[in-house]
Design a protein around this ligand. Structure first.
Ligand SMILES: *Cc1c(COP(=O)(O)O)cnc(C)c1O
Length: 386
C-alpha cells in the first residue's frame, strides 16, 4: 500500500537518537534546547518551546493567553479535532468559521461577518485559531487586522506548515500572530515520533508556556513568592502539566531539521507533477494563493461529482483496493458527535460540508518516488471511469 503520508528516517537520524541513549540525559538535557533553537532560528522567532505533541502546544498556548470559562475560541471546521479541543480543555466554548472554497482555509470574509454579529451579541472570541491546511498559510495579514479591530488573540495552527512561507517569510515567525504551533507527528513534514512546538516573540507568553509545560513549577528565584529555602528548592506557581519532549525526540528533530528544505522542495516537485498530469481528469487540484509557499503536507483533490458516474465513496474504496492509501482531511469537526451535542448542525458550515463530500488526499511525502506517483495517477484514472 502506498500511504498518503510517511516519515523519512536516515542513518544519521538513527545515529543521533542512539547517541542520546548512550548519553547522560534521556530527558531535560541539552537536545531539547538545541532543537528549540534550531526551529526558532529557522523561523526567525525569539522563543520556541518543544512539547510532546502539537495538541499539548495548542493547550499551553491557550492557557498562556488566559483562555478560560466564559471565553470563545473560533477555528476552521476543516481541521483535526485538536485545533478546537484546546479551547474546551480550558473550559472555553468553541465555534467555527466556514472555509474559503479555493484555499479550504478559514474564510476571512466569513470571519469578518461573524465578528460583526458577535460584537452585537456581546460574544466576541478571545482567540482565533487559523489552521494552515495542507501547509498553505491563511490570509494572516487580514486576520491580524481583524484581531486589532475586534481585540482577539491569534494562535496559528501550523501543524502542516513548517518549511512553508507566507509573503516570503517563514511560517512560524509570528509576525501576524501571538503564538504558532507545529506538529512533528510522523505523517507531518518533519517528525519526532510524537512531538510539537509553540513559537512566540513574547517573553511573557514563552515564560507562561514553559510553566504550563512542566507542572507549573519554577526554579527562577525572580518568580518565587519568597527566597529559596536552599539549592533543592522549586516552587509551583501555576497548575501545569507534564508535556515535556524527551531528548531522544529532540535529537531526531534536530537531525530532521537539516533536511526540512529539501523535503519541502521534493513535495513541491510532486505537487507540480500532480498538477500537470491530473487536469485531464474530472477533479479539482489544490489552488495555491500567490502569497503562499505551502509546506504541502497534503495534496487533496476534489471530485467533480457532476462529471463522474461513480460516488465519492466508490472512488475512495477503489483507490484503496488498488493499493493507494488515500485518506480524507478532514471530517468537519462540528459534525463529530461530541460537537453535535453542543448543538452544531452539519449544514452550519456549507462550504466545509461540500468540501468533505468531494475531497480525497492523494499520497504526498518526501520519499514518494515518481514511479509510485505514476501508480497513484493510473489508479485514480481507473477509479474515475469505473
Ligand atoms: C496533526 C495535527 C494536530 C495535532 O498534532 P499532534 O502532534 O498529533 O498532537 C493539530 N492540528 C492539526 C491541523 C493537525 O494536522
Amino acid at each position: 500500500m502506498i500511504p498518503y503520508g510517511r516519515q523519512d528516517i536516515t542513518q544519521s537520524d538513527i545515529d543521533a537518537v542512539v547517541a542520546v541513549l548512550q548519553s547522560d540525559f534521556l530527558t531535560q538535557g541539552p537536545m531539547v534546547p538545541k532543537f528549540e533553537e534550531a526551529v526558532a532560528s529557522y523561523c526567525g522567532t525569539t522563543h520556541a518551546l518543544a512539547v510532546n505533541s502539537a495538541t499539548s502546544a495548542l493547550h499551553i498556548a491557550c492557557l498562556a493567553l488566559g483562555v478560560g470559562p466564559g471565553d470563545w475560541l473560533w477555528t476552521s471546521p476543516i481541521t483535526f479535532v485538536a485545533s478546537a479541543n484546546c479551547g474546551l480543555y480550558c473550559g472555553a466554548q468553541v465555534d467555527f468559521v466556514d472555509i474559503d472554497s479555493r484555499t479550504y482555509n478559514l474564510c476571512t470574509k466569513a470571519l469578518e461577518q461573524k465578528l460583526i454579529a458577535a460584537e452585537k451579541a456581546g460574544r466576541l472570541p478571545k482567540v482565533v485559531v487559523p489552521v494552515h491546511l495542507c501547509g498553505q498559510p491563511c490570509d494572516m495579514q487580514a486576520i491580524h487586522t481583524l484581531a486589532q479591530r475586534y481585540n482577539f488573540k491569534i494562535i496559528e495552527d501550523a501543524s502542516h506548515a513548517i518549511g512553508g512561507k507566507y509573503k516570503n517569510e517563514p511560517i512560524g515567525n509570528c509576525r501576524y500572530s501571538d503564538i504558532t504551533v507545529f506538529s512533528f507527528h510522523p505523517v507531518k513534514i518533519i517528525t519526532t515520533a510524537e512531538g510539537g512546538m509553540a513559537l512566540t516573540n513574547s517573553a511573557e507568553l514563552a515564560n507562561k508556556m514553559a510553566l504550563f509545560r512542566s507542572h507549573g513549577i519554577t526554579r527562577d528565584p525572580a518568580q518565587m513568592t519568597h527566597e529559596a529555602d536552599g539549592p533543592w528548592y522549586y516552587q509551583q506557581i501555576e497548575l501545569g502539566y507534564n508535556y515535556r519532549m524527551t531528548e531522544l525526540q529532540a535529537a531526531l528533530g534536530v537531525s530532521q531539521m537539516h533536511r526540512l528544505d529539501s523535503y519541502v522542495t521534493r513535495r513541491h516537485q510532486l505537487a507540480r507533477r500532480y498538477d500537470e498530469l491530473l487536469p485531464t481528469l474530472p477533479i479539482i487540484t489544490p489552488w495555491q494563493h500567490p502569497d503562499s509557499y505551502s509546506g504541502l503536507h497534503l495534496y487533496p483533490i476534489r471530485l467533480q461529482l457532476d462529471k463522474v458516474s461513480c460516488s465519492h465513496l466508490q472512488v475512495f474504496e477503489t483507490l484503496r483496493e488498488l493499493g493507494i492509501g488515500v485518506n480524507l482531511h478532514y471530517i468537519p469537526v462540528h459534525t463529530q458527535p461530541y460537537y453535535q451535542r453542543m448543538g452544531f448542525q452539519p449544514d452550519d458550515f456549507p462550504q466545509a460540508q461540500t468540501y468533505y463530500r468531494e475531497a480525497i488526499s492523494l499520497p504526498m511525502y518526501q520519499a514518494l518516488t515518481d514511479e509510485q506517483q505514476d501508480q497513484v495517477m493510473a489508479a485514480l484514472k481507473t477509479a474515475l471511469v469505473l
